[in-house]
Write a protein that binds this ligand. Structure first.
Ligand code: CIR
Length: 255
């Protein structure tokens, strides 16, 4: 079965997306929509079966579906996003997933963003910081440890999400932005170090043999190509202005 993905269109209200710092120039919603369409095309070109959910203008961040669910081997833990303004986005994602996988939920005080979760083999790394709390981490343990997964907490000190600093390329290789997470957190992987000046490029989408990366990061591109992957680079300038990156835009069903 091909890899399937759920994505959600960019809402007309995208300029009101949550941001840590306002962008230097305002988000162009038109360009964001074009960039999102190019992202969907790149997924389809890589053989992914993509379901596109309509946007909801009531949720300016609704395109960042990754945060709504942690999906591992036929089970989706529907999250309680760690910022109040985004709570409610998960309903449409849960509705789209319910025919495909088993659903689990989480309730307050547990909060968790999917962007804080990195699954590699039978390990689930969970970044604990401003969006994901100890109770959210505990809920991940309750749901996935009985399935044979080891849950590894990763205390974060900065950045939005765990996957702002690292992501899985495939074949046991991860991208890790320099001077972010200690390297010894990760077991049994080869670390490809992304130089600090290209740190944003540490967030990639793994579709082996292809890897989607953000456009404009030549050193990272060369490193991933040298590691044997076929790179597609996408312009996500407007998505970035809303503190988003490539993985944030999808939930993958990989079984
Ligand atoms: C937020 O602050 O929640 C959104 N503006 C960006 C979320 C990006 N999601 C992700 O990295 N998984």
């Amino acid at each position: 079965m091909p890899i399937r993905a759920i994505v959600r269109e960019i809402p007309g209200t995208f300029q009101q997306a949550t941001v840590a710092n306002p962008p230097e120039t305002p988000i162009s919603v038109h360009r964001a929509k074009e960039q999102h369409r190019a992202y969907v095309c790149a997924l389809r070109d890589a053989g992914v079966d993509v379901k596109v959910l309509p946007a909801d203008d009531g949720f300016p961040d609704c395109c960042f579906v990754e945060d709504c669910a942690l999906l591992v081997e036929g089970t989706a833990l529907i999250t309680n996003i760690g910022i109040a303004s985004r709570r409610g986005e998960e309903s449409a994602v849960a509705a789209a997933l319910q025919k495909e996988v088993r659903l689990e939920v989480m309730a307050m005080p547990a909060t968790l963003d999917g962007g804080d979760c990195l699954v590699i083999g039978r390990r689930i790394y969970v970044g604990v910081y401003n969006r994901t709390n100890a109770e959210g981490l505990m809920r991940v343990r309750e749901v996935f440890e009985p399935m044979g997964y080891t849950v590894v907490p990763v205390p974060l000190r900065s950045g939005l999400h765990l996957k702002s600093a690292c992501s899985y390329a495939d074949n046991g290789k991860i991208l890790l932005a320099e001077n972010t997470i200690p390297r010894d957190v990760f077991r049994d992987v080869e670390i490809l170090t992304v130089p600090s000046e290209e740190a944003y490029a540490a967030n990639c989408v793994s579709l082996a043999p292809k890897v989607l990366i953000s456009d404009g990061y030549p050193a990272t591109r060369r490193m991933i190509e040298a590691a044997g992957f076929e790179v597609t680079a996408l312009d996500v300038s407007e998505i970035r202005k809303a503190d988003g990156a490539l993985t944030c835009l999808s939930v993958f069903i990989r079984s």
